[in-house]
Ligand binder design. Structure first.
Ligand code: C6P
Length: 421
């Protein structure tokens, strides 16, 4: 009987104690408008930061601040150890075989550019095909368009269906043209679609192509395992996963990273320099020129510790519940058009238009009640063009959001309706 009771208690308990989690984030103590709590529904743009991250960075600056890999004094050794320990944590978080396969960059955008400048310029020539998708963020479009202009490589795109999914039949047809690279987003920052990354990668490998996954929106919200995905490159940003801005990571398979030329030249990325030549450093330092974002790396490590302590499965489960709820509530409102698939195929993102009201006006009216949503094309202009709209309003959710906040969003939209008739 006790076992039954325990099973009942555990299965009926919420995965996350969101009220406790919210206490970890100092920003939720403030009001952006007097008398109204902050309802932060813009984590897809950047997440809020828990105290553990703020304190780790503060502690580093107060007690261990020094440059890394350069000095033998105590502070330099401490700073180096903290910087490299964070890399180990990040590697473990995505199940990378080794920390030397984690390259610190400024963000997802720089990680993708690193692959475009180093791997692609060393391996691709005019006429070679790169396959992207119609749902890419500009960060996974423009670097390849620049390469197209410079090298004459070809670009083609996996279409997005009306439901906001990738058309995998067309993908299979595109693969028959022997592409060299498939670069795609794991989770759309507009539709929320979680793409079947393992399948896309398996098919790409069968066709002899290299794969790059833009994981800016997946690593913060889902358990991502680079070895089970068998992905060649994976890019993500700390600031979307409770960490600081100014730092991100590129994971790469060791044999690819080893063979790639350096990206930026300068200090730390070299073994030896003569007046007319240099020898590049070993991984991962080969790709990390100049003094890096040391405090930010420490914060990145603390963010990974924080997310791991909450549990990525718990976070995904909580966000799934919120997503189901927000889609259900928004669908009730006459004039709302939602973009993207059903909750079982997407993460916690609800992009919508509201008949007769510009998305910016929606966001501005919501802001009066302290509700932060983003409006615009969300750096995915071609996707909006595909749906024949210039912009959407977008509410996005993370581990600290509640169903009560969804209700506040819905009430806010009814106010927009009153205001604009
Ligand atoms: N999307 C959004 O509001 P950076 O800026 O480099 O950290 O991340 C770029 C990026 C790349 N890919 C995807 C899928 C993204 O969502 C983003 C960032 C933010 O949707 C800012 S535009």
């Amino acid at each position: 009987m006790y076992t039954c009771l325990l099973v009942y208690l555990f299965t009926s308990l919420p995965m996350l104690n969101v009220n406790e989690i919210r206490k970890d984030f100092p920003i939720f103590q403030r009001e952006t408008k007097p008398g109204t709590p902050l309802v932060y529904l813009d984590s897809t743009a950047t997440s809020q930061k828990p105290l553990a991250v703020l304190e780790a960075m503060d502690h580093y600056y107060r007690y261990s601040n020094a440059n890394i890999h350069r000095g033998v004094h105590t502070l330099a050794e401490e700073a180096t150890a903290l910087y490299e320990q964070a890399r180990e944590k990040i590697a473990k978080f995505i199940n990378a075989p080794s920390a030397r396969q984690i390259i610190y960059t400024r963000n997802t955008t720089e990680s993708i550019n690193l692959v475009a400048y180093s791997w692609a310029r060393a391996n691709l020539k005019a006429g070679d095909l790169i396959i992207l998708t119609e749902m890419e963020h500009h960060s996974n479009l423009v670097p390849w368009q620049m390469l197209q202009m410079e090298r004459g490589i070809e670009l083609d795109f996996i279409p997005v269906t009306d439901d906001g999914l990738l058309d995998l039949d067309t993908y299979k047809t595109l693969l028959s043209r022997s592409p060299k690279l498939i670069s795609f987003t794991h989770m759309s920052n507009v539709l929320g679609t979680i793409n079947p990354a393992a399948e896309i990668i398996r098919l790409a490998h069968e066709a002899g192509a290299v794969t790059l996954v833009d994981a800016a929106q997946s690593v913060p919200h889902l358990k991502v395992d680079v070895q089970s995905l068998d992905v060649d490159f994976l890019a993500f940003s700390a600031h979307k996963m409770c960490g600081p801005t100014g730092i991100g990571a590129l994971y790469g398979k060791a044999e690819l990273l080893e063979a790639m030329p350096p990206f930026l030249g300068g200090g730390d990325m070299i073994k030896v320099v003569h007046l007319r030549s240099f020898r590049a450093n070993t991984l991962p330092h080969k790709f990390e020129a100049g003094t890096p974002a040391i405090a930010e790396a420490v914060g990145f490590g603390a963010a990974v510790d924080y997310l791991s302590s909450v549990g990525m499965d718990n976070i995904a489960e909580h966000e799934h519940e919120i997503t189901e709820y927000v889609l259900e509530r928004l669908e009730e409102i006459p004039g709302i058009k939602l973009f993207g698939p059903s909750a079982d195929k997407k993460g916690g993102i609800a992009a919508f238009t509201f008949e007769g009201v510009h998305p910016h006006d929606v966001a501005q009216v919501l802001d009066r009640d302290g509700i932060a949503v983003r409006a615009g094309h969300h750096c995915a202009q071609p996707l909006h063009e595909k749906f024949g709209i210039p912009a959407t309003s977008r509410a996005s959710f993370y581990l600290y959001n509640t169903k009560e906040e969804v209700d506040l969003l819905v009430n806010g939209i009814y106010k927009v309706k009153e205001l604009f008739g």
